[in-house]
Ligand binder design. Structure first.
Ligand SMILES: NC(=O)c1ccc[n+]([C@@H]2O[C@H](COP(=O)([O-])OP(=O)(O)OC[C@H]3O[C@@H](n4cnc5c(N)ncnc54)[C@H](O)[C@@H]3O)[C@@H](O)[C@H]2O)c1
Length: 476
C-alpha cells in the first residue's frame, strides 16, 4: 500500500497500486477453478471479534441508505466506523424529499463519523478494494447501487469480512448463486438489508399465516410502487454530459460505473446516474419490481415458508413494456402472478396498495409498514405472544435491536440472524425472474426452484438472461 501515490489523501485514495487487473486476475482465477471451491486459494477465516472487542466496519456507498445504516451502526458501542468509501467526494443531493436533501459522499460521511467518535480516524477511500485489502476491517455495509453488490460482497467475503448488503441483494440470479456459495464457504455473517424482517407487524402477519389463523389462505395481493421514474423529485434531465466534478479526480466515475454497460461515449446522464436515479435503468437497477419486491416478496416467502425455495411459475404478466422509454426502461405499469408448488397464487401489481393483503377463508389480513389490518377475531392478539409452544415462532432479533444491530449480534455470537444470504437470494430471484418475463415480453415462464432454471416454453431464452454480464473488465 505504501507505493500508492494516493495513500493518505482522502480525496484520491484507492487509485494507486491495487490495480483493477490484479484484482480481477486473482478473483477470476479462483472462480474459474471454482466448481466446488469458489475462492479456495486464499480463503480467509471469518473475523470474529472477542466478546469484549469491537467490530471495525466500513460503509461502502455513502448515499441515502448508507447514511441511515451508518447512523444505526454508530449507535452500537460494539461498532467502530473505521472507513467509508465512495467515488463521490461530497454532494448535498441525497434523500427522498427535494426539500430535505442531505449530504453524501465519502468526505461528508467521514465528517459524520469523526464528529461522532471525536477524532480524525475514519478513513475515506474512493476504491472499495482498499477496504477489501485492509485486514483491520471486520465487516462492511454495502449501500452502493445494485449493480455493484455482488462484486463487492464476494471480494469482502473472500477476505473473511462479514457483510451487511442492502437489498436487492443481487443484480441477477447468477450473482445471487455465487454470493450464497461464497457466504457458506467463508462462514461469514451475512445480513441482507430487508429490514421488514425485524419489524413486528410483518413478523406477526407471517406467524398468523404460517399457523393458519386465517383458515385456508391460497392468495395474496402484493402492492409495489409503479411509474418509470424519476422518483422522489429528482431531475428528469436527460442531457448527456461529462461526469460531474464531484467524481474528481479522473477515473472515479469509472468506480461508479464499474460493471455496468456504458451508455454511448461513457456519458453521465442525470436522470439515470444521479443519486437514487440509477434504479430505473436496467444497466444499474431492476426498477420497482426488484426495488420494492425485495421487501414484500421477502415477507411473502417468510409467511409461506418458502424462503429457501421460490415460485414455480410467473403467469399473466402484463406491463406497459420494457424499453418503451430508452433510459427509464423498466415498465411503470405491471401486474403478474407468482405461483407456488402448492397452488398458492400471489398477484403482484403496482395497482394494489403498497403492502401485502393475504386472503384467507376466515378473513383478510393487510400488512404494510407500520400497519397491520386484521379481521375482528384477531383484534385481541398482539406481538404474537399468544402463540402456543407447538406453533411456528419466527425469528425475532434481541430485544430492542434493529436489523443492523441484529447483524452485529450475528457477528459476535456466530449464529443465524434474520435475513441470511440464501434468504435474500431467493427473495430477489423471484423478482429477477419476473423481470426476465418483462424483458422478453412474455406472459408466462415456468421456474424450477431446485435447479434455479427455467423450464418449458421459452426456457432457453429466459435461461440465457440468468447470467449477469459484467462489463468494463469486471468479473466476479
Ligand atoms: N432497505 C431499504 O429500505 C433501502 C432503502 C433505500 C435504498 N436501499 C438500497 O441501498 C442501496 C443504495 O441505494 P440509495 O438509495 O442509498 O442510493 P444513492 O444513489 O443514494 O447512494 C448510492 C451511493 O453509492 C455510491 N457508489 C457507487 N458506486 C460505488 C462504489 N463502487 N463504491 C462505493 N460507493 C459507490 C454512489 O456514488 C452513491 O453515493 C441500493 O441497493 C438500494 O436498493 C435500501
Amino acid at each position: 500500500m505504501q507505493d500508492n501515490p494516493h495513500a493518505g489523501n482522502p480525496r484520491t485514495q484507492g487509485l494507486g497500486n491495487t490495480t483493477r487487473r490484479a484484482f480481477i486476475g486473482a478473483g477470476a482465477t479462483a472462480f474459474l477453478f471454482g466448481g466446488r471451491c469458489l475462492f479456495g486459494a486464499d480463503a480467509a477465516t471469518a473475523h470474529r471479534p472477542k466478546p469484549s472487542g469491537r467490530v471495525n466496519l466500513a460503509v461502502i456507498g455513502c448515499g441515502t441508505m448508507g447514511r441511515g445504516d451508518m447512523l444505526a451502526f454508530m449507535k452500537d458501542p460494539r461498532v467502530r466506523i473505521a472507513a467509508v468509501c465512495d467515488p463521490v467526494g461530497e454532494l448535498r443531493d441525497y434523500g427522498y424529499s427535494p426539500r430535505r436533501r442531505s449530504w453524501g459522499g465519502r468526505l461528508a460521511f467521514k465528517r459524520l463519523a469523526d464528529a461522532h467518535y471525536k477524532d480524525n480516524a475514519c478513513r475515506a477511500v474512493v476504491d472499495f478494494r482498499e477496504i477489501v485489502d485492509d485486514p483491520s476491517i471486520d465487516a462492511v455495509c454495502i449501500t452502493t447501487p445494485d449493480h455493484w453488490h455482488a462484486l463487492i460482497a464476494i471480494a469482502c467475503m473472500k477476505k473473511g469480512k462479514h457483510v451487511y448488503c442492502q437489498k436487492p441483494m443481487s443484480f441477477g440470479v447468477s450473482e445471487g448463486i455465487a454470493m450464497v456459495r461464497a457466504a457458506k464457504e467463508h462462514g461469514v455473517t451475512f445480513q441482507v438489508g430487508s429490514q421488514q424482517r425485524n419489524a413486528s407487524e410483518f413478523r406477526i402477519a407471517a406467524e398468523w399465516i404460517r399457523n393458519g389463523y386465517l383458515g385456508e389462505c391460497m392468495e395474496c395481493e402484493v402492492g409495489l410502487p409503479g411509474g418509470r421514474g424519476p422518483y422522489w423529485g429528482y431531475s428528469g434531465d436527460r442531457t448527456p454530459r461529462k461526469a460531474p466534478g464531484y467524481f474528481a479526480p479522473d477515473g472515479t466515475w469509472d468506480m461508479w460505473q464499474g460493471p455496468a454497460e456504458h451508455h454511448e461515449g461513457n456519458v453521465f446522464i442525470p436522470v439515470i446516474h444521479g443519486p437514487m436515479c440509477w434504479r430505473s435503468n436496467s444497466r444499474t437497477g431492476g426498477g420497482m419490481i426488484t426495488d420494492w419486491g425485495a421487501h414484500h416478496i421477502d415477507i411473502l416467502h417468510w409467511a409461506l415458508g418458502v424462503e429457501r425455495s421460490g415460485p414455480v411459475a410467473v403467469e399473466n404478466f402484463k406491463s406497459d413494456g420494457f424499453g418503451a422509454d430508452p433510459l427509464l426502461d423498466w415498465a411503470g405499469e405491471y401486474s403478474f402472478d407468482f405461483v407456488y408448488a402448492n397452488g398458492f397464487r400471489a398477484h403482484v401489481s403496482n395497482r394494489y396498495a403498497n403492502g401485502l393483503r393475504f386472503k384467507g377463508k376466515k378473513g383478510d389480513l393487510f400488512v404494510a409498514r407500520g400497519r397491520l389490518d386484521r379481521p375482528d377475531f384477531l383484534k385481541k392478539w398482539d406481538e404474537g405472544r399468544d402463540l402456543g409452544a407447538n406453533e411456528v415462532h419466527l425469528y425475532k432479533a434481541a430485544a430492542g435491536h434493529n436489523h443492523e444491530l441484529d447483524f452485529i449480534d450475528g457477528i459476535f455470537e456466530n449464529r443465524p440472524i434474520a435475513t441470511d444470504c440464501e434468504i435474500g437470494h431467493r427473495s430477489i430471484s423471484a423478482c429477477h425472474i419476473a423481470n426476465i418475463c418483462e424483458r422478453l415480453g412474455l406472459s408466462a415462464l415456468k421456474w424450477d426452484p431446485s435447479a434455479e432454471r427455467f423450464t418449458g416454453a421459452n426456457a432457453d431464452d429466459a435461461n440465457a438472461l440468468l447470467e449477469v454480464k459484467h462489463h468494463n473488465g469486471w468479473k466476479l
